[in-house]
Unconditional design. Structure first.
Length: 248
């Protein structure tokens, strides 16, 4: 039972401070499914963590190694694998040794495959084609190459072929200029309108009036009056002579 105390301490250290320096590395910038620049998520090769001889390693060494693999699986948010590791840690030394030899790679392969399938969400045609190619020829190495490189290359092709929407120019509406309201004057002067002067009795002034007859019309009337006067005088003379003859 003495091994449980140092083993527990080593497991805690392995969970808090992973032994592999590669865990602290960050990926190069890449594109996500929305064509936004993000840091690539780097998926490590768990096989590189197994640096001990699994056949001769002690129970403590086996559990420290298992804790390191669990820390990496959690850092990469892998499905399936963390649960499988937790289950193996509850078993015997022989069961844990057998898990590290074969079971861990089997669970890890399933976790990587599920992660590859998840990249199909909102994927473009190039990502879909690359994903399908990996799923048709599955292997741990193919999964790692796709997740670390192939996925981002396919996304760049999809984003490059997507037309950039042209923003519609917005026409600014002119601000209407308020029309000033004239302020009425306090004193209003009414100017009476002068009426045309009318001469009483003059023709053309008032109702039925007209201008005085002058010029050619006046001469005509005077001539007619003179003729009538001569005719009247002649008639008077002739009448008087006939009367004198009748009396004699």
């Amino acid at each position: 039972m003495r091994w449980k105390i140092p083993a527990g301490v080593l497991m805690a250290l392995a969970l808090l401070i992973p032994a592999a320096p590669a865990l602290a590395q960050t990926g190069h910038p890449g594109l996500d499914s929305a064509c936004q620049t993000v840091e690539r998520k780097v998926y490590k090769d768990i096989r590189d963590l197994i640096t001990i001889d699994l056949d001769t390693a002690s129970n403590t060494e086996l559990r420290v190694l298992t804790a390191q693999i669990l820390a990496e699986a959690n850092a990469e948010s892998l499905p399936v694998l963390p649960d499988a590791i937790q289950k193996a840690l509850k078993g015997s030394e022989d069961e844990l040794r057998a898990f590290l030899k074969t079971g861990v790679q089997s669970a890890w392969s399933v976790a990587l495959r599920v992660t590859v399938v998840r990249t199909l969400t909102d994927a473009g045609p190039n990502v879909q084609a690359a994903t399908q190619k990996v799923l048709d020829d599955p292997s741990i190495d193919a999964y790692l190459v796709y997740l670390n490189y192939g996925l981002y290359i396919a996304r760049e092709l999809d984003c490059a072929s997507t037309p950039t929407p042209t923003p519609t120019p917005t026409t600014a509406q002119p601000t209407p200029t308020p029309t000033p309201t004239p302020t009425p004057s306090t004193t209003t002067t009414v100017v009476p309108t002068s009426a045309p002067a009318v001469t009483p009795g003059a023709p053309g002034g008032g109702e039925g009036g007209g201008l005085p007859v002058t010029g050619t019309d006046t001469a005509t009337v005077a001539g007619i009056g003179g003729v009538l006067l001569l005719l009247g005088g002649a008639g008077f003379v002739i009448g008087r002579r006939r009367r004198s003859r009748f009396v004699a």
